[in-house]
Write a protein that binds this ligand. Structure first.
Ligand code: ATP
Length: 357
């Protein structure tokens, strides 16, 4: 009998700036995983989406492309947006936010891990000492206000923090499930001492926590969380918070482990998910081979894990081990203090994946 390979259809959105450069390295490593395992296949379809596409066609993400992307088993995205390409209201082109909203990708998962002591600005931390996951609610909170109707007042502008029971419960459950696979601690980050919406958020958190008696919990105000992230990052396991706080704290977290090039992310909903490095299109370094592809390569690992097939889960393990082994000994790209190009680092990680089989 011929063994059937598992086949996954992936939508690939390279995007703008360094997006195509880091995606090339992510796909290189994915290809190596496919060849090394020999039991799983990935069918890739590329989609032109983003600020460049907006300039070309007037639409950053057309409805037709959206419905095709929606049919994919998972979406891998590079980075979107260019500082000079703006909508008439002055905001950036951000179809990645549209994807989050239209596919209802409520769980923004951002794992942050230190791979080498030289990557952190903190003293006394070694590889593995910083290792936590930040979960950002990604469909409501303060960001949901970006689509709200505006009052026609030339002297005032306001945005509303939207917190719903349904939106909060599902992201808290995702956080508790993550914690069960880790060190079983969930930290809620809020501003419950000032904002009624945040006090509501905290009440829902405490109610959901009752269903997970095996997981420890704590509450932290967002300002105190920023301080503790810098002073004692090892004290965190899973952090869960609203959309905008998560946006800010995940950049802080990236700064603790080597910068934006080290921060992968997954935006997960029910049956759909988008995987992308947490960084933007970094136009200042685009086209010069300077981008660090690690965040994208680790996002590929998150995608393989989420596809939840024994072979893809094994692929995710191979990638993580390769990143760990390579970065333990090699200085890496320029942002990490090394001299490697994106392509050279991608090659090293790829070869390590190959060598593990
Ligand atoms: P966004 O608003 O989309 O989050 P941004 O413009 O605030 O994006 P980034 O594009 O993420 O910020 O870049 C911030 C800084 O980090 C830039 O100086 C950029 O050079 C650097 N940077 C971002 N990604 C990488 C990467 N993969 N490798 C090296 N440096 C990076």
């Amino acid at each position: 009998m011929v063994n059937q390979r598992a086949l996954f259809h992936l939508g690939v959105v390279p995007g703008d700036g360094i997006g195509p450069e880091v995606i090339a390295e992510g796909l290189k490593v994915l290809k190596t995983v496919e060849q090394s395992l020999g039991t799983v296949s990935f069918s890739l379809r590329h989609f032109p989406v983003g600020a460049g596409e907006y300039l070309r066609s007037g639409e950053a993400l057309s409805d037709t492309r959206f419905s095709e992307l929606r049919k994919c088993d998972a979406i891998l995205l590079g980075a979107i947006g260019l500082p000079d390409v703006r909508l008439p209201d002055g905001t950036e082109i951000s179809p990645q936010l549209d994807l989050r909203e239209r596919l209802d990708l409520y769980c923004g998962l951002r794992p942050l891990r230190l791979f080498h002591r030289d990557h952190t600005p903190l003293k006394g931390y070694d590889a593995g000492d910083i290792d936590f996951v930040l979960i950002r609610e990604s469909t409501e909170g303060l960001f949901s206000s970006r689509r709200a109707e505006r009052a026609n007042d030339p002297d005032t502008a306001s945005d509303t923090m939207c917190i719903s029971r349904k939106g909060s419960e599902r992201v808290f459950r995702a956080a508790f499930e993550q914690a069960r696979r880790r060190r079983r601690l969930v930290t809620l980050v809020d501003k419950a001492n000032v904002l009624p919406s945040m006090a509501f958020f905290r009440r829902i958190f405490d109610q959901v926590a009752e269903d997970y008696p095996d997981v420890r919990t704590e509450h932290l105000y967002v300002d105190a969380a920023a301080l503790r992230l810098v002073r004692k990052p090892e004290s965190f396991d899973v952090i869960v918070t609203e959309n905008m706080f998560g946006d800010i704290l995940s950049d802080l977290g990236a700064g603790l482990v080597g910068g934006m090039g080290m921060a992968p992310s997954a935006d997960i909903g029910e049956g759909h998910a988008v995987f992308q490095p947490a960084h933007g299109s970094a136009p200042d370094i685009a086209g010069r081979g300077l981008a660090n592809p690690t965040a994208t390569i680790l996002s590929v690992a998150l995608m393989l894990e989420w596809l939840d097939h024994p072979e893809t889960v094994e692929g995710a393990r191979l990638i993580r081990r390769a990143v760990e082994e390579i970065l333990a000994h090699c200085p890496g790209t320029r942002d990490l203090g090394g001299k490697l190009s994106a392509c050279e680092l991608g090659d090293l990680i790829s070869r390590n994946v190959e060598g593990q089989r």
